[in-house]
Design a protein around this ligand. Structure first.
Ligand code: ACM
Length: 265
């Protein structure tokens, strides 16, 4: 199976321009699973809730039909971050699409910084979808800071963590090595590059460094901090399905959930 990411600099508010870049990447990609950044259609640094409302999409948006047409007969799946409006709420979401259209939508659970001003915390929970050849789960950017996100997806059977991101702090690319090692899963973190400075606020500089990490913690590839890149590589899903650490330890069987802090704590 071939997985990869498209690291680029979405331009704030220019949905058609950003979509065109995404469509070009889809066209050029020869793999099976392509992960795109968080909020890749709209850009990130909103100045008001009204701006989010103006740039948000619902499930019926023609953009998803356009994407579906681009995937037609390709056998390719994409994960794309977008601002979603649904049931009178705004969510920082990511859609999983195949040639059959929308397969699922994940709504970001752990909102970061000013996202809390515009978005509602996700109400989908962490879901895993079988795309044939691999089970994929989605977490969005700051979800990495809560190890429960990756662990929940792992316990639910994910082989690959699809991780659309708009990272501004430097820690995540290295932290994902640990997330992969402790869960024995692959991760594809698709971050963006560039800078946004909107609404009189301090600039946000996105750190790039999108990466594919293997279940043994090796970084199969890490992109540059400020260059666009469409990347793909072959991975062996069997590595994520072997949860044996050594002859005496099995990652999931050895968990002791009776001692872990959980729901309602
Ligand atoms: C982030 O969650 N966009 C840092």
């Amino acid at each position: 199976m071939k997985v990869g990411f498209f690291q680029f600099a979405p331009k704030f508010g220019e949905i058609q321009r950003n979509l065109d870049q995404i469509l070009n990447a889809i066209e050029a990609f020869t793999g099976d699973l392509l992960v795109l950044p968080e909020l890749a259609l709209s850009g990130y640094q909103f100045a008001s809730k009204t701006e989010v409302e103006a740039l948000a999409q619902d499930r019926q948006s023609p953009i998803f039909q356009t994407l579906q047409s681009a995937l037609h007969d390709r056998g390719l799946h994409v994960v794309l971050g977008f601002a979603e409006c649904a049931d009178g709420c705004l969510y920082n979401s990511a859609v999983l699409m195949g040639s059959e259209g929308i397969i699922g939508i994940y709504r970001k659970t752990h909102l970061f910084f000013e996202e809390n001003l515009w978005f509602s915390p996700g109400n989908t929970g962490f879901q895993v979808w079988d795309i044939g050849g691999a089970k994929v789960g989605i977490m969005v950017c700051f979800d990495w800071f809560y190890p429960e996100s990756a662990r929940t997806l792992t316990v639910k059977g994910a082989d690959i963590l699809c991780h659309p991101s708009n990272l501004v702090l430097p820690f995540c690319p290295d932290a994902m090595v640990t997330r992969c090692l402790e869960n024995r899963v692959f991760a594809v973190t698709a971050n963006r590059i560039g800078q946004e400075e909107r609404g009189g606020k301090p600039p946000l500089r996105f750190i790039g460094m999108s990466e594919v990490v293997a279940p043994n913690g090796s970084i199969l590839h890490r992109a540059e901090a400020s260059q666009s890149e469409l990347y793909e590589c072959e991975i062996d899903i069997a590595q994520a399905r072997n949860k044996r650490i050594n002859p005496y330890n099995d990652l999931l069987k050895d968990r002791q959930p009776q001692w872990y802090v959980g729901e309602g704590e």
